[in-house]
Write a protein that binds this ligand. Structure first.
Ligand code: PLP
Ligand code: ZN
Length: 376
């Protein structure tokens, strides 16, 4: 097990989660070849840092890549990677599955996470599946309704009063002391699990652009690492251009990128309907910033109005995603994409999680006696 800090380059032989410099660590790049197999875990067997626990899989990954007509307006070929069909309705399951396998093999009895939404549900579900205890730390403001979809899996859900930003670091520290393996947003195994998104896309086509909703930066780093490893293995000829997409009301990475900064700064008073991408001080922000610079990639932010419009358009095409997951499609009108470009947008999570803001249509009333009129 060899981990390296993408910022300062320090390497570690033991399974640390963050570098002494404060930045996240990651596994050194894997290379290999693809095999024939039913699941992405089997087909890309050479690329995982730990042997996947296939018999405990809930069917995460191997999601559809759907051709969309929403690209026509922009003269591009648009494909949607539908991550809403994962076992707990977001891509988080890919990373949770791999990290949970490590926790099990390493002999942990309990795992944890810091989240209010998709990651909380994912860790809670997989902990039950793997026979591990789950400690789910949520913020004071997390609503009862949302937490039902987390506690239903049987995890220990704890609402923590205090600075939510500090909770990420505090949980890693306490977890180490108490023997609880915390699988937070940019845990190194989690990042590895996300590589599967890049692998599956590359099995079907070579995209020119990939649009990635970005909050903590874990997803972006995982997809980037996946494409880079495919490239280093000689399995793809060129790297696609990766675009981090943020909500205008909480866009610390885009702000630092456009301002030519080396480091991200905390985004004060974050405000957006895209709650799943509203981390004001992303723990992988500096690592994402470095990737954007190194490869000449980009960062785009979109307004809540643009997000809602994209969410409605996607639903009218049959794909109901949450606001955070519509940001990629919302970004299309802000990007000057070349005619005919192959573009993949990652639909990160399901709209059923966030029904309150859904751009729903109206419902008509009709007495049974008048049904014929109503149907005309
Ligand atoms: C977690 C999440 C994201 C952002 O992923 P990060 O790894 O935090 O950048 C985007 N969309 C949805 C629906 C998510 O749950
Ligand atoms: Zn470091």
């Amino acid at each position: 097990m060899k981990l390296v800090c993408p910022i300062c380059g320090k390497t570690y032989d033991e399974p640390v989660q963050r570098c002494e410099c404060g930045e996240p660590v990651e596994f050194e790049p894997f290379t290999g070849e693809p095999y024939i197999g039913k699941t992405v875990w089997e087909r890309f067997w050479d690329f995982w840092p730990v042997e996947p626990e296939l018999e405990l899989s809930l069917g995460e990954g191997d999601t559809p890549l759907v051709r969309s007509k929403l690209g026509e307006e922009f003269g591009i070929r648009l494909y949607l990677k539908n991550e809403t069909v994962n076992p707990t309705w977001s891509f988080k399951d890919r990373g949770t599955f791999l990290a949970m396998g490590y926790a099990l093999k390493a002999g942990y009895r309990a795992v944890g996470t810091v989240s209010t939404g998709n990651m909380a549900a994912s860790v809670s579900a997989y902990a039950s599946r793997f026979g591990l205890e789950a400690k789910i730390l949520v913020s004071e403001s997390a609503g009862d309704e949302k937490l039902k979809a987390v506690s239903v899996y049987g995890g220990d859900v704890i609402r923590v009063r205090g600075d939510y930003g500090k909770l990420y670091f505090e949980s890693l520290k306490l977890g180490e002391r108490l023997g609880v393996y915390f699988i937070n947003s940019d845990n190194p195994f989690r990042i590895e699990g996300y590589k599967g998104i890049a692998f599956e896309i590359a099995e079907e086509l070579t995209p020119d652009y990939v649009l990635i909703p970005t909050s903590s930066g874990g997803l972006f780093r995982g997809i980037a690492k996946g494409f880079i490893e495919l490239h280093e293995s000689g399995l793809i000829e060129e790297l696609p251009k990766l675009i981090a997409v943020q909500a205008e009301g909480c866009s610390p990475i885009c702000r630092a990128f456009k301002g030519g900064k080396e480091r991200i700064e905390r985004f004060d008073n974050p405000k957006t309907i895209a709650k799943a991408i509203a981390n004001p001080y992303p723990p992988s922000g500096n690592a994402v910033l470095k990737l954007l610079r190194e490869f000449g990639w980009g960062c785009v932010s979109v307004s809540d109005g643009e997000i809602l419009d994209a969410q409605r358009k996607l639903a009218r095409e049959g794909l109901f995603v949450q606001p955070a997951s519509a940001t990629g499609v919302a970004a299309l009108r802000k990007l000057d994409l070349p005619e005919g470009a192959k573009v993949v947008s990652i639909l990160t999570g399901s709209g059923l999680r966030t029904l309150r803001n859904a751009p729903a249509g109206e419902v008509r009333e009709c007495p049974l006696e008048r049904l014929e009129d109503c149907l005309r």
